[in-house]
Design a protein around this ligand. Structure first.
Ligand SMILES: [Zn+2]
Length: 105
């Protein structure tokens, strides 16, 4: 996952392919840092997949109270999304720390 860290704005964010190496906020050149996806991120994605699968279960089986699967599934997908956001926030923080420690050397 590529992150950018701008020393001028003191903020890190996910680098999108459309942008160059310039900061999207102030336009100065900034560092690109490669951060490994962390456990929270993967955990969130797994939850989202499980939730999505749960929503689909009633379509393949005639179970009693299929809405239970749907509501639980949606709740699990939402919870998964929260973990993904938490994971991304943590990775942005890691990118920032990495950029700052590089500057000190
Ligand atoms: Zn900036």
């Amino acid at each position: 996952m590529k992150y950018k860290y701008c020393a001028k704005c003191q903020r890190s964010y996910i680098r999108s392919r459309l942008e160059g190496d310039r900061c999207i906020y102030c336009g100065t050149d900034c560092e690109t840092i490669d951060v490994k996806r962390n456990g929270l991120y993967y955990f969130g994605y797994t939850l989202m997949l499980i939730g999505a699968a749960s929503v689909l279960i009633p379509r393949f089986m005639t179970v009693t109270g299929p809405s239970l699967f749907v509501y639980t599934g949606i709740a699990v997908v939402v919870a998964g999304a929260v973990f993904v956001v938490m994971g991304s926030t943590k990775m942005a923080k890691t990118a920032e720390e990495m950029a700052l420690s590089e500057e000190k050397e």
